[in-house]
Design a protein around this ligand. Structure first.
Ligand SMILES: Cc1ncc(COP(=O)(O)O)c(C=O)c1O
Length: 411
């Protein structure tokens, strides 16, 4: 018996009379008891505002908050905790870079290089920046298989290419991108690199220093942590050179009527009261992942994804998106089934207790590239098992039978 689902109280419930089969972890993961307890413990024993009280409770809350910063730095291999900025989510982390680094470093005529598989969170902020500055967006295209088409990579880099912003792992295709190679290439061209790690940080062992990424953005809620906590990693010298993002309390040193001065990193980028409880509890999520082991997680997801791909291929009329080579993909499988609309499929599966994602997954460029308006998506995490995959397959077979009956009635 795979013991981990037991750590997740939410999984122990019935949906429409069936056991909940949760297959939407790419959207957000469920939370283990230790994280729920850490949240409760924070409010029961530590709650105070941070960085401002001289009393013991505030000092303890500050220490717990700062300990998570150290923990995150260690978890992703950052050189210094001050390179870790807490935001609300990955989206805000990317916007922070677009509004601060972008304002300072992007000028008219400059180029920002993206890929056709970017989540809207790593596309729209750059569109806004490009519009403000008169810069241009360029896109690395996708192969039919669902990987980046890197044949003509050199041609994408010009003296005007100031930024490469690329996802480490696609949330719709599951593709894991060769970010090391891309970072190296970009740096040879003096191009700064932001990696959208919203999916990858949750599933792969990351070392931002070895990768040599300039920025790496991700969200706690996709890796067992609470919602409302995101992380922007940035190289110290780059962050130090950037103007602040949001202005307000706690990010200032001195304030006069017409100007202010800023605190050093990381406070410069953390205006106002942050999600203290969420940040503190995020540390419990990281400990859980460390105990599980990120290599073990990858191995577990590889086995599950391989099994799921094999079983899904048994279903006639089922189209899978993204690479079939398991070394190139994570535990995310997007598919369409016959001519059943993904939303209808999702609803029928929900009535069997199966939670999948349907829609464009904030990846409209991907949908257009493969000429579909939406897909169904099953995504896995450490609490999923082969039995969950079997339940999904059975659910899909039932959905087919349901829609077959419907179409016969309609005929
Ligand atoms: C690849 C990718 N980037 C960015 C995001 C945005 O994450 P968040 O909504 O937590 O800001 C997501 C969320 O699904 C994602 O999958």
């Amino acid at each position: 018996m795979w013991k981990y689902p037991k750590d997740f109280p939410i999984l122990d419930q019935k949906i429409h009379g069936h056991k909940l089969t949760y297959l939407d972890s790419a959207a957000t993961t469920q939370k283990p008891k230790v994280v729920l307890e850490a949240l409760q413990n924070y409010y029961e024993t530590l709650n105070a505002n941070i960085h401002r009280g001289v009393y013991q409770l505030s000092e303890k809350a500050t220490e717990a908050y700062e300990n998570t910063r150290k923990h995150v730095a260690k978890f992703i291999g950052a050189r210094d905790p001050s390179e870790i900025i807490f935001t609300r989510n990955a989206t805000e982390a990317i916007n922070l870079v677009a509004y601060t680094w972008g304002e300072k470093n992007i000028s008219e005529g400059d180029e920002i290089l993206l890929t056709e598989m970017e989540h809207h969170s790593n596309l729209v902020p750059w569109q806004l920046l490009a519009t403000r500055k008169g810069a241009h967006l360029k896109f690395i295209p996708l192969t039919d298989e669902g990987t980046l088409d890197l044949k003509n990579l050199d041609a994408f880099f010009t003296p005007k290419t100031k930024l490469l912003a690329v996802t480490h792992m696609s949330n719709s295709l599951g593709t894991i991108n060769p970010v090391s190679k891309l970072i190296e290439k970009a740096h040879q061209n003096q191009t700064t690199v932001l990696i959208d790690g919203a999916q990858a940080a949750a599933h792969l062992k990351i070392n931002v220093s070895e990768l040599n990424a300039d920025f790496y953005a991700f969200s706690a809620h996709k890796m067992l942590g609470p919602t409302g906590v995101g992380v922007l990693y940035g190289k110290k010298e780059i962050l130090e050179d950037m103007p602040p993002f949001l202005g307000g309390g706690e990010m200032i040193l001195e304030v006069y009527k017409d100007y202010s001065t800023w605190k050093p990193l990381p406070e410069k980028f953390e205006a106002g009261t942050p999600n203290i409880a969420g940040v503190v509890a995020f540390s419990a999520a990281l400990t859980y992942l460390e105990n599980f082991g990120m290599e073990n997680l990858r191995q577990h997801e590889k086995e599950l994804t391989q099994y799921a791909l094999g079983r899904l291929k048994e279903l006639e009329g089922l189209r899978i998106f993204g690479p079939m080579d398991i070394s190139l993909r994570g535990g995310v499988i997007s598919f369409t089934y016959l001519d059943i609309h993904p939303h209808d499929l999702g609803t029928v599966l929900d009535h069997q207790g199966i939670a999948i994602r349907t829609g464009h997954h904030c990846n409209q460029l991907v949908m257009r590239r493969y000429d579909v308006s939406a897909t169904a998506r099953a995504s896995f995490y450490l609490y999923n098992t082969k039995e969950d995959v079997d339940i999904l397959i059975e659910g899909l077979q039932k959905a087919k039978a349901y829609f077959d009956r419907g179409s016969k009635k309609g005929a």
